[in-house]
Design a protein. Structure first.
Lengths: 111, 117
């Protein structure tokens, strides 16, 4: 089955850019999502990218996809303390019943 | 997107008892899923809640332990039966607004934080 890997922890200073990385194994994955989970809350869909795209920008968020290396990244520009949360990468493909989630990356923003 | 309400938001239960978690969506949805998030872990799919038929369980999850109901297109319940401390987790209801396959994102409720003592 699909395997999705993320680094566990990232610490940045307020105002810096954060880059959260994700790798996956199934080359048929065609839909890739980023979710944010704040303490005590459910998962909030942040952004997504389709496999026929290399990049997607949405305000402070930039998603980069390297389909050859099966590598996905989420860049948060001008990181704020309110961005402190766990970020999950999730991938899916046509025909699969549900998404497969990575282990989550805990982003800590230092003031 | 959809508004997904889960109840209860948290509970502390004694081992051997059962807890039923409710998930209500403000619009009709085709696909509803139940996930488990163990402490410090990622999300694991428990089952797909099928309207009008038995739920489809993932490997490692069985109906006797996690019975699921889906009486209509806006509501589902998950019961955690005969609980043990290992069942302490966050249980999340999620829905797909279109298709339900990997080509559509999932939207999540706020989850039910369960502690079993």
């Amino acid at each position: 089955g699909e395997d999705v890997e993320q680094s566990l922890f990232l610490s940045v200073r307020e105002g810096d850019s954060s880059v959260i990385n994700c790798t996956y194994t199934d080359s048929s994955s065609t839909y890739l999502y980023w979710y944010k989970q704040e303490p005590g809350a459910g998962l909030q869909l942040l952004t997504y990218i389709f496999s026929n795209m290399d990049m997607k920008q949405d305000q402070r968020l930039t998603v980069l996809l390297n389909k050859k290396d099966k590598h996905l990244s989420l860049r948060i520009a001008d990181t704020q303390t309110g961005d402190s949360a766990i970020y999950f990468c999730a991938v899916g493909g046509t025909g699969r019943r549900a998404l497969t989630f990575g282990s989550g990356t805990r982003l800590q923003v230092q003031p | 997107s959809a508004v997904i309400s889960q109840k209860p938001s948290r509970d502390i239960c004694q081992r051997g008892t059962s807890l039923t978690i409710q998930c209500q969506v403000d619009s009709q949805v085709t696909m509803m899923f139940w996930y488990r998030q163990q402490p410090g872990q990622s999300l694991t799919l428990i089952a797909t809640a099928n309207q009008g038929s038995e739920a489809t369980y993932e490997s490692g999850f069985v109906i006797d332990k996690f019975p699921i109901s889906r009486p209509n297109l806006t509501f589902s319940t998950l019961t955690v039966s005969n609980m043990s401390p290992e069942d302490s987790s966050i249980y999340l209801c999620s829905v797909s607004l279109s298709g339900g396959r990997g080509n559509s994102p999932l939207h999540f409720g706020n989850g039910t934080r369960l502690t079993v003592t």
